[in-house]
Design a protein around this ligand. Structure first.
Ligand code: AMP
Length: 405
């Protein structure tokens, strides 16, 4: 089988790593991919933009792709799945209409409201005057979100009323987020512990994936600005079997049915970002990634997993690119340890940084502590100038383990 993989970050490196383990794979071509993918057997990278639909379809045709796997959300929201289908290439990713679940926060909120899925109370605004009035009426803390895709910068959790007015002004008046912020959602600020719940769905079944928890803030102890994610671990104690079953019947199934009622068939992975407060999950957001036909039974490893992100100095603000990365060759990569490359490039024969989040050091272990020790041990072997990473990935689960002892 020939697979076209769209995207070039850490997620795509991880996808390529898994796809390349299939004995059915003939060749994997990544657009644009990254040096980590290029170094794997049966894989090659082609330069170009993942958002360039014409190029994607052309490449799928010329390479004779049997399957296209779409990593990032932007091409999905722009309708790449339909364009590939038009060219006779099966696509692992939902169509544009269903992808609006991520592409438009107000659409996602409306769907949830229609089918009674628990989420923060909200209102939608296109006009600044009304939005400011709503902020005054509701008070703080309050959350202001751009309706469209804003590369992770679209949600502002505002601790005070002036901060919320400022967020409204930046999005609706100054248009700092461009078209993504032309419409905004203002919502209740929820308290609790965040967790990610992913499920593979089609018309008939909902199959949960292993739960995970992300660490969004740049600094230890969850301080500093939000990022694309500084690390993650799985499985998550706060999202046990019982809540998982509840989330299937009260979140994923109603949403998929509501979409179907509107003529939108959702096949693929639904990612629900949850806030769990007092044992009750509420949906913060949906992500749409992947779409597929029939699903073979899934098997999960028993071990705990942890990923620690090594980021460039300054991230998530301005950061340098082109810094040489050393020591990767010393990492004993194998079944229990992998370094996924997220923001790297090859320059004059050297691996250099090319993004804010540079590496995702990912490990398995008999316990979360074991997985973390393995990941942090590997990180000590890798260096680039200004490298920063959080030292406390998994702290909530570790604290729970301590409590139970
Ligand atoms: P989103 O892009 O909607 O996932 O928001 C990004 C991050 O902002 C989330 O991971 C949360 O940490 C935070 N956030 C979003 N919505 C809320 C909310 N209603 N209450 C509290 N925190 C939120």
């Amino acid at each position: 089988m020939k697979v076209l993989l769209i995207g070039g970050g850490g997620r795509e490196h991880a996808l390529a790593w898994k796809i390349a383990q299939s004995p059915e794979l003939g060749e994997l071509v990544a657009l644009p991919g990254n040096p980590g993918i290029a170094a794997m057997p049966r894989c090659r990278c082609v330069a170009g933009a993942a958002e360039d639909a014409k190029l994607v379809v052309e490449l799928a045709r010329t390479m004779g792709a049997d399957l296209a796997v779409v990593g990032p959300e932007a091409p999905l929201v722009a309708g790449i799945a339909e364009k590939l289908a038009g060219a006779g290439v099966a696509c692992f990713g939902p169509g544009a209409a269903a992808a609006r679940l991520e592409g438009s926060k107000s659409f996602a909120k409306e769907i949830m409201a229609s089918c009674g899925v628990p989420t923060a109370a909200f209102a939608v605004f296109d006009e600044a005057v009304r939005a400011h009035a709503y902020v005054e009426q509701r008070g703080a803390p309050i959350v202001v979100k751009a309706d469209g895709l804003a590369a992770g910068k679209g949600a502002m959790v505002c601790g005070s009323v002036p901060e919320a007015h400022d967020a409204v002004q930046r999005m609706l008046e100054k248009r700092e987020l461009g078209a993504a912020g032309r419409r905004i959602v203002i919502e209740e600020c929820l308290a609790g512990e965040e967790a990610s719940f992913l499920a593979i769905v089609d018309e008939e079944q909902v199959i949960p994936l292993a739960s995970s928890q992300d660490h969004k803030r740049v600094g230890d102890g969850d301080t500093g600005p939000n990022t694309g994610g500084m690390g993650a671990y799985s499985a998550v104690p706060v999202l046990g079997r019982e809540l998982e079953t509840w989330a299937i019947s009260h979140i994923v199934t109603p949403v998929v049915r509501e979409l179907a009622r509107r003529g939108l068939c959702y096949r693929g992975v639904v990612y629900a970002g949850l806030m769990i407060g007092a044992g009750m999950p509420r949906v913060l957001e949906f992500n749409v990634r992947f779409g597929l036909g029939s699903v073979a039974p899934l098997t999960w490893r028993e071990e705990a997993a942890a990923c620690v992100v090594a980021a460039a100095a300054g991230y998530p603000g301005a950061y340098a690119k082109g810094t040489p990365i050393c020591g990767l060759e010393h990492v004993p990569a194998g079944e229990l340890l992998q370094v996924f490359q997220a923001g790297t490039a090859q320059r004059e024969g050297r691996l250099v940084t090319a993004g804010g989040r540079v590496l995702g050091v990912t490990a398995l272990g008999g316990s979360l502590r074991g997985a973390l020790d393995r990941a942090y041990g590997a990180l000590r072997l890798v260096r680039f100038a200004g490298m920063q990473y959080r030292r406390d990935i998994g702290h909530r689960a570790l604290a729970r383990e301590e409590e139970c002892r």
